[in-house]
Design a protein around this ligand. Sequence first.
Ligand SMILES: Nc1nc2c(ncn2[C@@H]2O[C@H](COP(=O)(O)OP(=O)(O)OP(=O)(O)O)[C@@H](O)[C@H]2O)c(=O)[nH]1
Ligand SMILES: [Mg+2]
Length: 397
Amino acid sequence: MVYIDKEKLVTLFKWYMQEVGDNLVSVLVVDRDGLIVDILTKDSDKLDEKKFIGAFSSLVELVLKKLTQDFDLGIFGAGTFDTDKYRFIFCESGPDHVLVSILNHTALVDDVFPYTYLTADKVARIINGELPVSPVIPKIKRDTELEKIKRKMEYYQSKSHSPEYVYKLSLIGDGGVGKTSMAQRYVHGIFQADYKATIGTYITKKECEFKELGTSVRFMIWDLAGQSQFERLWPDYLTDSRAGIIIFDITNRETFENVRKWYDIITRVALPHIVLILVGNKVDLELSRVVSTEEGMDLAKELGIYYMETSAKTNENIDDVFEWIALQIINMNIEEVKETLFDKQIEEGSKFIISSPQLKILNQHFTKQLDFCIGKSDTKEIIRYLDILKAIEKKKL
Ligand SMILES: Nc1nc2c(ncn2[C@@H]2O[C@H](COP(=O)(O)OP(=O)(O)OP(=O)(O)O)[C@@H](O)[C@H]2O)c(=O)[nH]1
Ligand SMILES: [Mg+2]
C-alpha cells in the first residue's frame, strides 16, 4: 500500500472547488474498482456525507466500469455522465486512479474541464509521491475576444523587463516527445525513463539567473499534455504565453511534421512578440534519428524562429534552451535602454550606467547567439547590438 498525502489532496480539492465555484458539489478520487480514496464535499456539515457517498458510489462504480473497458483500449482520458440533478466528470488520474467531479446539472463543463485536468494531473503526482507537488490551482483565463484585445493593448503599454515579473513559458509538441522530461530535467535535475503521459498540463516554476547582469527571468512553465484527447484544452492553457518551446522527437518523423500545427496553435492565443524556439529532442538516440539537423534548421527558418537540439536524458543543451529564451526576453526589454544610452553617447557624450562586466557579458551572449541565428534579419539585429556595445566600450576606454 502506497502512502498518500491525504492532507495535500484535500488542500488541492479545496483550491479546485474555489476556482470552479459553487457548481462543484463534490470531488472524489477513486481507484479503478470505484473504491473511494478521498473525498471532499461542499458544505459537508449540511450534506450528510455518508448518505451522499452511498447514493453515488454505485453509480460511480457503474460508470467507471464502462470507462475502464475503454481505458483498457487506451482511449479513456475523461468522460462525462449526467443525471437529472448532477453532472459527473470522470478524469483519468495516473494509471490506477480516477478523479470524479460532481457538479450541479446546469454547470458548463467546458469551463470546468481545464481545471479538472490540471487537478487530475496533480492528484496523480501526489499519489505517485516522487516529486514535490504544489496544491495550488492557478486561474485559467477564458477570455472573450474583447478581453483579449484589451489585454494585448495593456501588454503593449507595459513597462520593460523586471526581475519581479513571472513569464509564462509553454512547452508544446506531440505526446511523448519529451516535454515533461525537459521540464523535470531543468527544474528538478532528474530524468525518468518511464513514460507517464501528462494530464492537462503540468506547471512548475524556475528562475533563470544571470548574476553578471544583475538580473533574472522568472518562468512559470506550463508543460502541456500533447496527446490529442486534450486538444480542446490547449488554447485555454496556452493563452497569454510569453514564450514557447516547440518540441519534436528526432526519432519520430510524425512529431516533426506536426510542428507547424503547434506553431499555429500557440501563436493564435499567445501574447504578441512571443519568444519561440524549435527543439529537436532525444539526440542521445542518434542511431534512431530520422529527422536531420538540417531539416530542423530549415523548418525553424521557415517559421522565423531558432533551432536547438537537446537530450533530456543526458542533459545536453537543456539549460541552454531556457537560458536562450530568458536572454531573448531580456534583450527585447533592454533594447530601448541600450539605444537610449547609445543616443546619449552620441548627442551629449554623457556617462554610461552600464558596467564593464555587464558589457562583457552582453557581448558574450550576443556573440553566442550568432551561432543560433537563423534568419538574415536576426543576424543583422545581433550585429547591430554588438556594434552598439563596441561603441559603448570604445567610449568608456
Ligand atoms: N532517450 C531519450 N528518451 C527521452 C528523452 N526525453 C524524453 N524521453 C522519454 O520519452 C518518453 C516521453 O517523455 P515525456 O517527457 O513524458 O513526453 P511528453 O512530451 O511530456 O508527453 P505528453 O505528456 O504525453 O505530452 C519517456 O519515456 C521519456 O523517458 C531524451 O532526451 N532521450
Ligand atoms: Mg508530458
